[in-house]
Write a protein that binds this ligand. Structure first.
Ligand code: ADP
Ligand code: MG
Ligand code: ZN
Length: 710
């Protein structure tokens, strides 16, 4: 049966080869074995049940923990031409019944359900009337109490499986399974542990770095400015941190959304949607955000505070770069974070686990301090033995020079001591720089010998330097009503002249991905299509697919099919529009030479047959029958935008197209004025001058007629 798998991968998903682990998992499932598949986030677990679902008869059931995300997953399948549906509490009673009826008639290849459905006796009875060859349990660690997202309803899966008249296969999938959790999963789902497919945990497209001893807010703002075009997540420790950062970023006119458990359900759902649909580029969130988020084009994950252990960190950071494109994971470290986490552990946990949790916290802090390869540190932590340095993390690439700052460090620390070790960082900096601030003089600090000894620097600069000394654990913080600083034991050695202090230059922010005007243009096209189709952009095409389009610059259907991520269904639906956009771009930008194309080393895939002929003529015929664009799209299973492209293509070939219904007369004067003002090289500036309801299509038609007139 496996021989059917690869052609299905090509035709539906547009990929030419299986990734590491996928083939083994699919073989195991198709051979009829219950299987557990452990792969890192972004490794491609979904394919491991989606392909078998296509090969096997009947309907595969997928248990998925988050109802808010099922819709995206199902939309993505429908976009690939695979009949699928979900059933969860977001549906009305009637809608759910309708889908159950359709499912019983075998209309779906995949049916996604929330685990809580299994609590319903009625629903399990319904399942007995379906033909179910496979049950896929996504995020399977939710079944284990030892995991971090225990969901009691997962415990009902096995009961359901046993009750079905034809015993289905079970496939469990997870990204984070310690041996103990894995054991639990196998035990509770009746999986033979020998059927474990586990791939390495390295993420070759992620580059990790830790930033310490630097002003984190400044770093973050610089970073966000530099990476404005890209989507990213910022994790903060508490709800309050999230709200504060959110307000701060909003003030900087950054397009930001937020998410934490203190917000109302509606609010949260709306913010999540804005982020998934690329309407907000930055998500500031607590760790409550993210499980099951399949948004593939997240280019960076910044931790504004250190999380409590490596498991959480790798899972959260791992949400970057699911599409396989280069992405960054940055930790903004400050020693205070360790104290905050220690406090939280002391407060909340079950006493028996405190020691273990403190140990994990220590390892998290070790990660922040290591000077060795960060990716390697992570892999070792998760038990991989044959590891090597990655060559792309902050430590592997660190070429900053170190400067001897022993003297400055001694100045700061002796000032701290003279001030009685009872004051905060900022006032200490003011004393050192000789500020005339009232508090400084009132306390008599202007009479200290250390007053003004660093006056060649600004107070902010000195305050940053103190932050650096804190990160080196030379100075420590006493948390009270106001945090105060004191000299730590390690600092005393420096004061005595026994230890030198070196400081590296500040890390400069990087741009995660290079600017590419064609890429931006095609992302615009994707955004427009996504809006009409009412799905998130990454469901139409991943950034990786768009990037491949920039590299291959396809001009025909055959060439478009060569793009990674383009299957036959998507070719038919969107091919024309992207090909036209690429063609138009290359005409107006003849100098554009894709760098990627220059270094195009990837071997070409075997040519595939295109299934699309003179398809625009079929559209024209329907248009002449006075069907609306929407009706044509529906009948031909095309995107409305493709129908529009077809009509334009016909007009360009000199065929007679009746556009009168598509561009209402009352808009003509507006269009004329907008084009006069914005020119006709680019559509976006024109669009911006017009009312919302004037679509890109209307503008294209108008511009087309103008060009014919002259
Ligand atoms: P996971 O569930 O393991 O986190 P996904 O199933 O969401 O990962 O897949 C991550 C990304 O990898 C998706 O964008 C998917 O389309 C892509 N992908 C999966 N398999 C392949 C493959 N064989 N070739 C190229 N891309 C793939
Ligand atoms: Mg997944
Ligand atoms: Zn490295």
């Amino acid at each position: 049966m496996f021989e059917k798998a690869l052609p299905l991968l090509e035709s539906h998903f547009g990929y030419s080869a299986f990734r590491n682990g996928q083939e083994q998992a699919i073989r195991s499932v198709l051979a009829g074995s219950n299987t557990i598949c452990v792969m890192p986030t972004g490794g491609g677990k979904s394919i491991c049940y989606q392909i078998p679902a296509l090969v096997l008869p009947g309907t595969t059931i997928v248990i998925s923990p988050l109802i808010s995300l099922m819709k995206d997953q199902v939309d993505a399948l429908i976009q690939a031409g695979i009949p699928a549906a979900f059933i969860n509490s977001s549906l009305s009673y009637n809608e759910a019944n309708e889908r159950i009826r359709d499912a019983k008639q075998g209309k779906y290849k995949l049916l996604y359900i929330a685990p809580e459905r299994l609590d319903s006796y009625e629903f399990v009875e319904d399942l007995k009337n379906m033909d179910i060859p496979l049950v896929a349990v996504d995020e399977a660690h939710c079944i284990s109490q030892w995991g971090h997202d225990f969901r009691p309803s997962y415990r009902h899966i096995q009961q359901m499986v046993k009750s079905l008249p034809q015993r289905p296969n079970v496939l469990a999938l997870t990204a984070t399974a310690t041996p103990r959790v894995r054991e639990d999963i196998c035990h509770l789902l009746n999986i033979d542990e020998r059927n474990t497919i586990i791939t390495g945990f390295e993420r070759e497209n992620l580059s990790f770095s830790v930033i310490k001893g630097q002003d984190r807010q400044k770093f973050l703002l610089d970073y966000l400015k530099k990476n404005e075009q890209e989507a990213g997540i910022i994790y903060a420790a508490t709800r309050k941190n999230v709200d504060q950062l959110y307000e701060r970023l909003k003030k900087e006119k950054i397009n930001v959304a937020r998410y934490h458990a203190g917000m109302g359900d509606k609010d949260r759902a709306r913010e999540q949607e804005r982020f998934l649909e690329d309407k907000a580029s930055v998500m500031v969130a607590t760790s409550a955000f993210g499980m099951g988020i399949d948004k593939s084009n997240i280019r960076y994950v910044v931790h504004y505070q250190m999380p409590k252990n490596m498991e959480s960190y790798y899972q959260e950071a791992g949400r970057a770069g699911r599409d396989g494109l280069d992405s960054e994971c940055i930790m903004l470290y400050s020693p205070q974070d360790v104290q905050v986490q220690r406090f939280l552990i002391d407060q909340s946990s079950d006493r028996s686990r405190i020691t273990q949790e403190l140990e994990k916290l220590q390892q998290m802090a070790d990660y922040c301090h290591t000077e060795n390869c960060l990716q390697e540190f992570i892999l070792k932590y998760f038990g991989e033995t044959e590891t090597d340095s990655c060559g792309r993390c902050g430590n592997c690439l660190d070429s900053r020079v170190s400067i001897d700052v022993t003297k400055e460090a001694q100045m700061v620390m002796s000032c701290v001591i003279r001030m009685g070790q009872r004051f905060g960082k900022n006032i200490t900096a003011q004393v050192l720089t000789g500020s005339k601030n009232k508090k400084v003089t009132e306390m008599g600090f202007d009479r200290l010998t250390t007053y003004g000894i660093m006056k060649d620097q600004g107070a902010k600069e000195v305050s940053d330097f103190i932050e650096f000394l804190i990160s080196q654990e030379l100075i420590a913080i006493e948390h009270g009503q106001f945090p105060t600083i004191y000299v730590a034991p390690k600092g005393k050695d420096v004061l005595l002249g026994n230890e030198p202090v070196y400081r590296r230059e500040a890390v400069k922010v990087k741009q995660v991905s290079k600017n590419d005007p064609l890429f931006e243009e095609l992302r615009d096209v994707r955004r427009r299509i996504a809006e009409t189709e009412k799905v998130p952009p990454f469901v139409i095409f991943s950034d990786a697919a768009i990037k491949d389009m920039c590299a291959k610059q396809p001009k025909t259907n055959e060439e478009f099919l060569q793009v990674s991520g383009v299957g036959e269904h998507k070719l038919k639906k969107y091919g024309l529009e992207f090909i036209q956009a690429i063609r138009a771009f290359l005409e107006t930008n003849p100098e554009y030479q894709s760098e990627i194309q220059a270094e195009q080393a990837a071997p070409k895939k075997a040519a595939k047959k295109a299934t699309v002929g003179e398809t625009h003529l079929e559209t024209l015929a329907l248009n002449q029958k006075h069907l609306s664009k929407e009706e044509i799209a529906e009948q031909r299973e095309l995107a409305v935008s493709t129908v529009e492209s077809h009509l334009l293509q016909c007009a360009q070939q000199g065929l007679d197209v009746d556009f009168s219904r598509h561009v209402p007369n009352e808009y003509l004067p507006l269009l004329e004025k907008a084009v006069e003002e914005a020119g006709r090289e680019r559509l976006k500036p024109i669009k911006e001058l017009l009312p919302e309801e004037v679509s890109y299509f209307m503008i294209k038609v108008y511009v087309y007629f103008l060009s014919k007139k002259k």
